[in-house]
Design a protein around this ligand. Structure first.
Ligand code: NAD
Length: 576
């Protein structure tokens, strides 16, 4: 597609005609521009929505705004900013990606037209700045990449990235083209192939952002910078490349090595089961260093091939389910969940140590009780090992590790248990021992302390019988290793209160986990599915199938680990 103004207008007009008037009017109110001296301030503030999304009506509106600005003679530069408190632009509208799912070849045409809007933005004769506070993800980041400059805020809300591969697609609005041009192959492959998000400080360090600023000063500083740029109308020049990048780009064979290494990393992580990162890699391999227009075509074609795959459909489904959890409360009736600030875990074994680490990492004070100091020391060591990894990866500093470790307090007695919001029982999987622990907890805690069990298989109802008030007894089933596994089953016993369920649901979210509320039935959900699988593995072993061989086959099939490795990791006693 020729990107003359007239051409784009015609193409966009065609897309426009397929939308209702009210959708277009809403977009008009959501995206507008103001004159600030000779700077155009483009404001994105989606009406009635928490997040700014680049739906097609919003893209069309953006195109309209850019065309107005282009013809306004006094305007010498432009700033794009959001008025949402924690979001710049969250990305494309995923509901629309789902409809592209069914469009087949036509998806590519639609995409190419919308790509044209960003190419138009990039080609504006005046310098443009994306002033980013909050999430700038997917299409939101691609929009920022089409601007000449980027100013980002330094707070925790700012998250920048191209998470498309996590939805089974690749960036489709120039991300695979403009990011490598901006920061080089190595750094861009890292971001595009993993889909990981970075903060403002990292974006500045990587060369994605030109300036870093506190949130309060973002608009003022961006406008002042734009006013300065307007004097000379200086567009960005891409010449300032660092030495390493120059070497990769010019030394024969260097690019080949970077691509091969990236492919190896992707295959190690995905075992070849996810097509999107490999496709992104092949697009960049084919187009890096070539003309942008060609690259965009290759990108759009690859996007179209991916958007109809079952992997994409299912990953989008998972995305929606995860989003649903963020909004849910876990209990049907309206309860205000109690905030858990003081907790204890009874049992400092594999799970107890992990649970203590997780709570401490999220700044929840936790007592860790066991029957002797040897066991408690092991629990401490298990927690420290996890923090130490973060220390080694420079994700934490020593004083931060010391601080969180100080939130874990070992004990062999129940002293102080009267003041707790929650106790999680994680002692050995033995009904009689657990019942005894619950009898002790019943008298050693205050009557409103929530009593949770981490049991993998025992009945919550039976354990609740050990307590005078069964309403406060609930299952809280973490998975091993606790710091890595996202799911937590919250098991509602027949008499468990809504208050207890809602409090744990909220706590799980605070701990960064995905809670599901399940019935008190054998194996709950996960182990109920896992059980037959492991029993089958056992039958195969007794039939003479090799342990290593079986694990290798199941890993090839797509399991993160084979059944025998899993049995070892969980513990043969617990599996039994
Ligand atoms: P573990 O054997 O590693 O640890 C159990 C700890 O409980 C030991 O340190 C032991 O000294 C302590 N203990 C025993 N009796 C006690 C008492 N009366 N008071 C205080 N401490 C006592 O076991 P684990 O693997 O951590 O499993 C604990 C619970 O978590 C079990 O119910 C298990 O089913 C469940 N679980 C385990 C896994 C797993 O993969 N290991 C996963 C999910 C849930």
């Amino acid at each position: 597609m020729e990107l003359s103004r007239e051409n784009l207008k015609k193409e966009v007009g065609q897309v426009r005609s397929s939308f209702k008037e009210e959708e277009l009017t809403k977009a008009e109110k959501s995206l507008f521009w103001e004159k600030k001296g000779n700077v155009a301030l483009i404001v994105f503030d989606s009406v009635g929505e928490k997040a700014n999304k680049l739906s097609t009506p919003n893209m069309l509106r953006l195109c309209e705004v850019l065309m107005e600005i282009e013809t306004s003679r006094e305007i010498g530069s432009a700033v794009i900013i959001s008025r949402k408190p924690t979001i710049f632009i969250a990305g494309a509208d995923i509901a629309e990606i789902q409809t592209l799912n069914q469009l087949g070849e036509k998806a590519g045409e639609t995409l190419a037209k919308l790509q044209g809007v960003f190419t138009f933005l990039e080609g504006l004769p005046i310098p443009t700045i994306a002033a980013i506070h909050g999430a700038a993800l997917g299409g939101g980041f691609e929009l920022a990449l089409s601007c000449d400059y980027r100013m980002v805020t330094d707070g925790p809300e700012t998250k920048i990235g191209l998470p498309e591969v996590q939805l089974g697609i690749i960036p489709g609005w120039g991300g695979t083209q403009r990011l490598p041009r901006l920061i080089g192959l190595e750094k861009s492959l890292d971001l595009i192939l993993s889909g990981r998000q970075i903060n403002g400080k990292a974006a500045k360090k990587m060369g994605i952002a030109d300036k870093l600023t506190p949130q309060e000063l973002l608009e003022e500083k961006a406008l002042a910078w734009a006013a300065e740029l307007a004097k000379t109308r200086t567009k960005r020049s891409y010449e300032e490349k660092d030495l390493k990048r120059r070497l990769i780009d010019t030394v024969p064979g260097a690019k080949f090595l970077v691509f091969e290494q990236a492919k190896k990393t992707v295959l190690e992580k995905t075992k070849g089961h996810y097509p999107a990162p490999l496709k992104a890699l092949s697009v960049i391999r084919r187009t890096y260093g070539g003309p942008l227009a060609e690259g965009l075509k290759v990108e759009a074609q690859a996007f179209t091939e991916l958007v109809g795959t079952p992997e994409c459909k299912n990953l989008i489904r998972i995305f929606y389910l995860t989003e649903k959890v963020k909004k849910d409360k876990g209990a049907a009736i309206e309860v205000r969940p109690r905030e858990i600030t003081k907790a204890a875990v009874v049992g400092a074994g594999v799970m107890g140590g992990g649970i203590a680490q997780l709570f401490a990492a999220k700044k929840v004070r936790i007592r860790m009780k066991d029957i002797n100091w040897d066991a408690i020391t092991k629990g401490y060591q298990a927690a420290y090992r996890i923090f130490k990894k973060q220390l080694d990866r420079r994700k934490m500093k020593q004083n931060e590790v010391d601080n969180v470790m100080s939130l874990i307090e070992g004990t062999t007695s129940y002293s102080g248990f009267k003041h707790l919001d929650l106790v999680v029982e994680a002692v050995v999987e033995d009904l009689e021992i657990k019942k005894k622990v619950f009898q002790e907890l019943d008298v050693r805690t205050s009557s409103d302390t929530i009593l949770a069990t981490n049991t993998s298989s025992l009945s919550v109802a039976t354990l609740a019988q050990a307590c005078k008030d069964p309403r406060r007894v609930v299952g809280m089933h973490f998975f091993n290793p606790v710091d890595k596994m996202p799911l937590v089953e919250i098991i509602r016993g027949p008499q468990t209160s809504d208050e207890a369920v809602a409090a744990l649901y909220q706590l799980c979210k605070k701990l960064g986990k995905t809670p599901i509320v399940v019935k008190d039935s054998p194996g709950f959900v996960v182990n109920r599915i896992l059980g037959p699988y492991l029993i089958e593995a056992y039958h195969l072993i007794t039939d003479g199938v090799g342990v290593v061989e079986m694990d290798e086959i199941m890993e090839k099939f797509g399991m993160p680990m084979g059944p025998c490795t899993l049995i070892d990791a969980v513990g043969i006693d617990i599996i039994h």
